[in-house]
Design a protein around this ligand. Structure first.
Ligand code: ATP
Length: 183
């Protein structure tokens, strides 16, 4: 089994993320996918606008709206949100790996994240533990061979009201909680 880990701030989760998730499952790039909203960073970092609990809920709403055959292979995992503070990828990988002994762990990252991989905590160990699937994001540097294409949406654009490319249930949640009201 190939277990995919797709981490991010997901502030909010948007159609670009959903597009990636659907391809990972429908093309059987992974058999099972964990969507991992990040914990709230420490005070000095740029803070997400939504809380960890809200970002987790938005991920769940988005996953619940997926077609059943995709949804059956995807879960939102709250390990990083519950941990509080930022998580190192290697800590998450080690925790997840305990539940999936002997399976292949696949880290799904955009080119923007992958470009900085060597700065990640315990990067050499991490590279030995996982396989990477790198998604080429339009407008972001770096070229990688990947079978997963991407659409040009960013959470930054959603928060700035430049784009509204989020699943309907997520849009309703954002509105109900007045999440990205003013910039
Ligand atoms: P922000 O605009 O706030 O930086 P973001 O849109 O980049 O947010 P993240 O939550 O940081 O979203 O993304 C989580 C992961 O998804 C990262 O690996 C990122 O590279 C990837 N990703 C984000 N948007 C897209 C997209 N449109 N297509 C493919 N991958 C994406």
């Amino acid at each position: 089994m190939r277990i995919g880990l797709y981490g991010g701030t997901f502030d909010p989760i948007h159609n670009g993320h959903i597009h990636v998730i659907e391809q990972l499952i429908s093309r059987k790039i992974v058999d099972h996918l964990l969507v991992l909203p990040a914990g709230q960073p420490l005070l000095r970092d740029i803070q997400p606008r939504a809380t960890g609990a809200q970002r987790r809920t938005m991920c769940q709403l988005a996953i619940d709206a997926l077609p059943a055959e995709i949804r059956a292979h995807v879960e939102v995992n709250p390990i990083e949100v519950l941990r509080e503070g930022p998580s190192y990828a290697i800590d998450t990988v080690e925790a997840v790996a305990q539940n999936y002994e002997g399976e292949t762990i696949v880290l799904v990252v955009g080119t923007d994240a992958y470009e900085k991989i060597d700065q990640w905590h315990r990067a050499d160990e991490l590279k030995k533990l996982v396989e990477f699937v790198v998604i080429d994001r339009p407008g972001f540097p770096g070229k990688h061979n990947t079978s997963v294409d991407a659409i040009a949406v960013s959470a930054t654009d959603i928060r700035a009201h430049i784009s509204d490319a989020v699943p309907a249930a997520v849009a309703a949640f954002i509105k109900e909680h007045n999440l990205y009201a003013s910039n």
